[in-house]
Design a protein around this ligand. Structure first.
Ligand code: XMP
Length: 305
């Protein structure tokens, strides 16, 4: 565990010393890691920092509005509406790594533009310790790490939370008075709902994933999971009214974990699972079936792609 006050003071001093009079940008995702990194950098250098939030269209229900409210204290916050660009680029892409690549490239283009426009010499990143380990082990192309610095010639990269685990970042968030929606927010992957959709990302699947994730988060909250969500994993036959339909299969996932590197599927009560099933199929005409994923990590990953 970290001494949060000491950590905040030291991190703020380090950022201020490193960036000096230059400008910096940070990709703000709304996740606790980048939020804490942004808040620390904003403390250190104020409006020399431009936090950039890209609305990829792959975000959860109400997420962009939430970001706008939570970070209203940063005058330099930029919210970029890039939905159409991302969905166009993802059209026809079915391979999981290719999807991650397309999204990573999309982010790079958006930030490249923002960095040029704000004359930013420094990049602040919310990379945490497990991100570095997984990237070094090449478990998958983690989109928070790498990419940007290879394309834009920044004078320096600042990673204020690089040695912290997720629970430590949350402690720092609380100490920084970042709203509970941030400090207690469950992790959400950078590529967003795209990794909760198997195969091509379409508007229809996105809508199902977004609404289903919302239901799962609401219904599972009282069981305090580390992460809980829903994924669209395919199609199957079902019966709606008097008709057989070929609808989406939604998989519900709720896991306990310390840092995401390993995880255990949660032993949820049957009533909770049934309520989730009933709400998801009831609220989405095109969902035929809801299943619960009982696989731990390993052998599964937490996300689906
Ligand atoms: P997996 O699916 O690899 O996920 O078991 C482990 C944890 O990392 C999150 N995750 C990501 N977070 N960028 C992120 O910021 C990513 O590309 C990414 N991929 C997975 C996932 O939600 C889980 O908490």
């Amino acid at each position: 565990m970290v001494d949060t006050d000491e950590f905040i003071e030291e991190a703020t001093e380090e950022i201020a010393a490193e960036v000096g009079d230059a400008n910096a940008i940070i990709a703000l995702s709304g996740g606790v890691d980048s939020s804490v990194a942004a808040a620390l950098a904003y403390r250190a250098i104020g409006d020399q920092l431009t936090p950039v939030y890209v609305d990829t269209g792959l975000m959860r229900k109400g997420e962009t509005e939430q970001i706008r409210e939570t970070f209203a204290f940063m005058d330099s916050l930029r919210i970029v509406d890039a939905k159409d660009r991302f969905l166009d680029a993802l059209s026809g892409v079915t391979d999981p790594e290719e999807k991650r690549h397309v999204i990573g490239e999309g982010f790079i283009r958006e930030f490249e533009r923002a960095a040029k426009e704000t004359d930013a010499d420094y990049l602040v990143q919310g990379t945490i310790y497990p991100d570095r380990i997984e990237s070094e082990g090449n478990i998958k192309s983690h989109h928070n790490v790498g990419g940007l610095p290879e394309v834009i010639d920044f004078e320096g990269i600042v990673e204020p939370v690089r040695d912290l685990y997720k629970d430590e970042v949350r402690e720092v968030a609380r100490a920084l008075d970042l709203e509970e929606v941030v400090s207690e927010r469950m992790p959400f992957p950078g590529p967003g709902l795209a990794v909760r959709i198997i195969g091509e990302v379409t508007e229809e699947k996105l809508e199902v994933a977004r609404e289903s994730c919302h239901v799962v988060e609401e219904e599972v909250a009282e069981h305090d999971p580390w992460q809980a969500f829903a994924a669209v994993i395919g199609k199957a036959t079902g019966v709606k009214g008097d008709n057989r339909v070929h609808g989406w299969v939604v998989s519900v996932r709720s896991v306990e974990s310390r840092d995401g590197m390993t995880a255990r599927a949660q032993d949820l009560p049957w009533e909770t699972l049934q309520r989730i099933q009933s709400r998801i199929t009831g609220e989405n005409d095109n969902v035929a079936r809801v299943v619960y994923d009982v696989t731990h990590k390993p052998p599964a990953t937490i996300e689906y792609e």
